[in-house]
Design a protein around this ligand. Structure first.
Ligand SMILES: [Zn+2]
Ligand SMILES: [Zn+2]
Ligand SMILES: [Zn+2]
Length: 261
């Protein structure tokens, strides 16, 4: 089992989202719905299990928009606000006091416990509240029949986990939402993946994110079957930016689904 595995892009925007309040640039004023980008995260569903990678500030709205009815676990990339601030909206997925497994690196878990101390405190286990079941990530782990391998990435001073999703011996997808550098060992691990989902913030260089040019260089080394850019800012209008990309390289958008049969 493990297939079909369906990835739904809940959000594909950078930390400020697109459009940016008070900005009157062409992309922020665009009426192409694909230029409306909430903060980046994905929902993954398989016959056995469903989970999200990150819970950004629009998590509740993303769940309503995509009619998400199942979240058995949460996997975090890192603790920047654009990736964690929807944590409290996990409440509907903790019905009847059910604990929800929360997978994170030790440093990300420490931040989650600090920011959401009210939820992690054993004193606050009550029906209706988020009831986290912390699971520290020290290596590959399984959700249903899918194997998740953490991919350590550099993102400015933050250390981030990307994730490789594998099922039935296939490297289905690598999710690298926030990074400035992708170590050679990670490239080796994900080489030939079916879908590379990668940070491509903007055209100009940035200290903590890959630019479009840098993301294309990584993709050339990974040799995926398809590349999808995510975590975009308002420099990239969907249609015009995608038209300039090489073959098999696309720009993700909120609501896009990738289906692995
Ligand atoms: Zn981010
Ligand atoms: Zn703008
Ligand atoms: Zn970040």
């Amino acid at each position: 089992m493990g297939l079909p595995l369906i990835i739904t892009f809940l959000g594909t925007g950078t930390s400020q989202g697109v459009p940016v309040p008070a900005c009157d640039c062409e992309v922020c004023l665009s009426d192409d719905p694909r230029d409306n980008r909430t903060r980046s995260s994905i929902h993954v569903s398989t016959p056995e299990s469903a989970w999200v990678i990150d819970t950004g500030p629009e998590f509740r709205l993303q769940c309503l928009r995509e009619r998400i009815d199942r979240v058995d676990a949460v996997v975090y990339t890192h603790s920047h606000t654009d990736h964690i601030m929807g944590f409290d909206d996990l409440r509907p997925f903790c019905a009847n006091g059910r604990a929800i497994p929360i997978y994170a690196s030790p440093e990300t878990m420490e931040d989650l416990k600090r920011v959401f101390s009210f939820a992690f405190s054993p004193l606050s286990i009550a029906p209706g509240y988020v009831h986290p079941d912390p699971r520290l990530i020290h290596g590959p782990f399984e959700l249903g029949a899918t194997r998740l391998t953490p991919l350590p990435l550099k993102h400015g001073r933050a250390r981030v986990n990307g994730y490789l999703l594998e099922s039935q011996g296939r490297k289905l997808a690598a999710y690298l939402s926030d990074c400035k550098e992708v170590p050679a060992a990670v490239i080796e691990c994900i080489r030939g993946v079916e879908a590379l989902i990668i940070d491509a913030l903007r055209y100009t260089e940035h200290p903590t994110h890959l630019s479009v040019g840098e993301a294309l260089e990584i993709a050339a080394r990974v040799q995926p079957q398809a590349t999808w850019f995510t975590h975009l800012c308002h420099q990239l209008g969907h249609a015009s930016a995608e038209a300039k990309l090489p073959a098999r390289t696309r720009i993700a958008y909120d609501g896009l689904k990738l289906v692995f049969q």
